[in-house]
Design a protein around this ligand. Sequence first.
Ligand code: FAD
Length: 460
Amino acid sequence: MLEKIVIVGGGTAGWLTANHLAKSLNLLTQKNRQVILVESPDIPTVGVGEGTVPLMRETLQYFGISETDFLVKCDATFKQSIKFIDWVHNPGTHKNNFYHHLFDYPQLYKFNSLQSWTQGKFEGQLFADIVSSQGYLCENGLAPKAITQPEYQGFAEYAYHLDAGKFSALLADNATHKLGVEHISANVLSAKLSEDGSIDSIILDRDVQLKKNSEATTEISADLFIDCSGFKGILINQLKVDFISYQNTLLVDTALAMQVPYENENEPILSHTLATAKKAGWIWDIGLTTRRGVGHVYSSQHISHDDAEKALREYVGAQADKLDCRQISMKIGHREKFWEKNCVAIGLSQGFVEPLEATGLLAFDATARILAEILPNQSEGINSAAKLFNQRVLYIWQRVIDFIKLHYYLTQRDDSDFWRDNRRLESVPDSLLEKLEIWRYRLPSQHDFFSRYETFNLDN
Ligand code: FAD
């Protein structure tokens, strides 16, 4: 029997995975099953990841977390859209140089909206306003739901902005107190491999007491190990699984993050993310109930760190003088395999492209759920489950990369090397070029998005 699963890492990915596994394995009643999460008391989580997509609503409900509890404990706000500013034309050259990527498109499939739009029948109107009323909600500071509506229901589709640290803590509390996951605080030093190259056990830097063991130990064996150790990827690296870089496709590689307090308590909180394109990247701006999270994502090949910080401080304004910002290096790409032997990578250890469109939590939530749902009963089933998992997760990452690249490739910006380099044909994946070639001669159709593993669809 596949009885014991160890997760290494207690960031958002680790705790999302723990909740998914505990739910699917029904840990509270299946006493022979064990899920243990080992988290370093010394290595902080990445501490960013504040934007989500509507899948998160479904996930929280599935975990049995109350929406009210979540909103209060994670300083969360509603997110109905990402407003892309200055992504289409060079700044200052066009009126309304922005578009909304909404979550709700009720009119898209009615009245031939797409066709009429491309034929210029809605001259002067924003695309978002033709296909939905949600752009209006966003621009007027309105919520997607009324306070009298039941939890997780709204008039319009929505997701959330949240405090990443507080979100991990909420997920941890749910997994350990309500779903039966065991939480261990220790540093993993290494993995001990067996003769066939799979992981036999992990070695810790201290003695820990497990519920089912009578004595304290520095070594934990398991049937399956999940690497949620972030960019470090300590287990998946030890199994020598290659990392496929997409640095030549998606050029940004560094982020500067800043927490900005509200200047007064009546300052409005936006119910959408702002993504403002800059000379060598873009700036995110996310309003939580207690503060804003603002960050500059940029290509270090195209701007110096000092100039990137200057651009961020200029965006934030005078109050930035009192604030620190944190630099985060990003590894752009994904693993060659996501499940190797008895080790599965979920989270930043699995892959990451960049924060645009909040694809991180989306991919990790979705892949943790796939893992939980296809987990075999017995260790003998691991190889075939791994094969299926690797195919599905690869498909997800390839579509994420295509979609993110589309934002940079379809722009008409040419005011810096960064934008010109982003539009170079050789930087675009073939899979995206193939789609664009089709759409040169007809509108995108639902038939172009045929798999249930599409991360983005016709609406997007
Ligand atoms: P981490 O948060 O880094 O957690 C790693 C865990 O592993 C920690 O608990 C650490 O203590 C533990 N660990 C490490 N080494 C050891 C060891 N040796 N022993 C024991 N434990 C260990 N995603 C979105 O969906 N939306 C966004 O808006 C978004 N913005 C982002 C902005 C930036 C700049 C970056 C870099 C990422 C962003 N992401 C976003 C991605 C998001 O941050 C991640 O999806 C999410 O935080 C998951 O991270 P993680 O849990 O994999 O890693």
